[in-house]
Design a protein around this ligand. Sequence first.
Ligand SMILES: Nc1nc2c(ncn2[C@@H]2O[C@H](COP(=O)(O)OP(=O)(O)OP(=O)(O)O)[C@@H](O)[C@H]2O)c(=O)[nH]1
Ligand SMILES: [Mg+2]
Length: 199
Amino acid sequence: MALWEKVLKTISFGKSGGGCHWGEARLDNNHLSRVGIVGNPNVGKSVVFNNLTGAYVTVSNYPGTTVDVARGKAKIEGVGIEVVDTPGMYSLLPITEEERVARLILFEERPEVILHVVDSKNLERMLPLTIQFIEARLPVILDLNMMDETEVAGIEIDVNRLEKELGIPVVATVATAGRGMATIRKRLVEYVRNQNYAV
Ligand SMILES: Nc1nc2c(ncn2[C@@H]2O[C@H](COP(=O)(O)OP(=O)(O)OP(=O)(O)O)[C@@H](O)[C@H]2O)c(=O)[nH]1
Ligand SMILES: [Mg+2]
């Protein structure tokens, strides 16, 4: 079965009132000191960014463009991590100036970890971009955000199975309520620690 078919089987629609499985994200043996937050427009990237960074934020034009990029520092368990909030993108093949900047941040700045934030109630529309990141060999963690709306819509996502099929960590969140953000922090700091202890 193709990867695409397998990952689609992790989503089931139309079961009202069903909770989702909040699986434990699996860790790759990767490391990071900078995290790039990426994803479609309007999925909650900036809410995640603000939750992680708090007050230490600067916003400036990406060099040579009119696109604003926010950068901040997160301190997790005493470890400092730079966090970059990239402009919304639909594909790794850029059409808009925003998408071009997002792509430049990914491939020129090469953040050690990519946090792909998606609207989990529209997961099947969002996963092609996750698969593009994986195929581009970018170190991606998938953030299934807006889980509150997904649960209300009666959509169930098998997080453990999705994680297994994609081969990357998957974390469910409701960024506006801070739900799941502790797990996101944990995954990020684990990457940093692995980097620091790497030979
Ligand atoms: N219900 C719900 N709303 C959310 C959640 N996360 C973010 N939102 C809302 O979604 C909207 C978009 O959030 P943003 O953080 O601005 O989205 P973004 O991805 O940064 O958007 P762009 O910068 O335009 O690409 C806001 O109204 C948020 O309050 C969530 O987990 N649940
Ligand atoms: Mg934003």
